[in-house]
Design a protein around this ligand. Structure first.
Ligand code: HEC
Ligand code: HEC
Length: 216
């Protein structure tokens, strides 16, 4: 069966240039070989984000969100599937508990916005690590809830841990907590590179309200 995103691509690309289908089917993150159409689409998306979203969200590949509650765009697709977001933006996106205005975009504008979002996603080692090994239990984003109820959201770690203390605990293995939690987490030890990546990731999701673990 054809994926919904492929149908979507066909609908949007019909009237456009032949290269379009290849561009979209090429998949997620825009690679180094961008066609002119892709570049133009990403540029359109960036303009839309700048005009409509940048007042609250960090829309680029670095920086904090002006509204600390608004997730940074570069981390958005790590917990939000692109096709779900596409549907929501096309159907009129409304965010609960937020001062975020409701948006409804035309499919072509949505496709540009999604292409832009893909182009700024961070694939840093820390994000990859927490996605693969921690996100099954811990909330790893700016506003999400932990899938495993007893597991603390990572954004709250700075309220409970000094940086050096967390480093030591992860190096020795947070064995006790993970074992007693009935979560059946295998004893988990991280090496120095993994801990550096994790701490850098915690810095990247830090906000005024939820600061990252501080030195010492
Ligand atoms: C006036 C401020 C504001 C503007 C403008 C704004 N947002 Fe948001 N947005 C927020 C806030 C605040 C949240 C966090 C809501 C929450 O977690 O309750 C949010 C959350 C989101 C989320 C995550 C929703 C979720 O359920 O996790 C997405 C996706 C999003 N915004 C997309 C956009 C896009 C795309 C634009 C521009 C077209 C935009 N926002 C413009 C304030 C804004
Ligand atoms: C299978 C579920 C699961 C996975 C996977 C998991 N954790 Fe946990 N983690 C928990 C639970 C549950 C707790 C709470 C234990 C308690 O409070 O006794 C916890 C606690 C922690 C704590 C202590 C939090 C605090 O403030 O006391 C840290 C730090 C932590 N986990 C880091 C990690 C990291 C880093 C990963 C991935 C490399 C990870 N965890 C993967 C379930 C998990």
């Amino acid at each position: 069966m054809m994926k919904w995103s492929a149908l979507f691509a066909a609908a949007v690309c019909g009237p456009l240039l032949a290269g379009c289908m290849d561009d979209l089917s090429a998949g997620s993150v825009a690679g180094p070989r961008l066609s002119d159409e892709q570049t133009a689409q990403i540029e359109d998306g960036r303009a839309i984000a700048e005009g409509n979203c940048a007042a609250c969200h960090a829309i680029g590949s670095q920086g904090d969100s002006p509204n600390p509650l608004a997730p940074r765009f570069r981390l958005l697709l790590s917990r939000y599937k692109a096709d779900v977001l596409e549907t929501e933006l096309n159907e009129g996106m409304r965010v609960a508990h937020a001062p975020m205005p409701q948006f409804q975009f035309k499919p072509e504008a949505t496709a540009s916005l999604i292409a832009y979002l893909r182009s700024v996603q961070t694939r840093d080692p820390g994000l990859a690590l927490v996605e693969q090994r921690c996100s099954r239990c811990h909330a790893i984003g700016a506003t999400d809830t932990s899938p495993y109820p007893g597991a603390q959201p990572f954004r709250k770690l700075g309220q409970r841990w000094w940086r050096g203390q967390l480093r030591d605990a992860l190096k020795t293995g947070i064995i006790v907590e993970h074992d007693t939690a009935e979560a059946r987490v295998p004893p988990m030890k991280l090496n120095d590179a993994e801990i550096d990546a994790l701490l850098a990731y915690l810095d990247s999701i830090a906000t005024k309200e939820n600061p990252a673990p501080k030195a010492p």
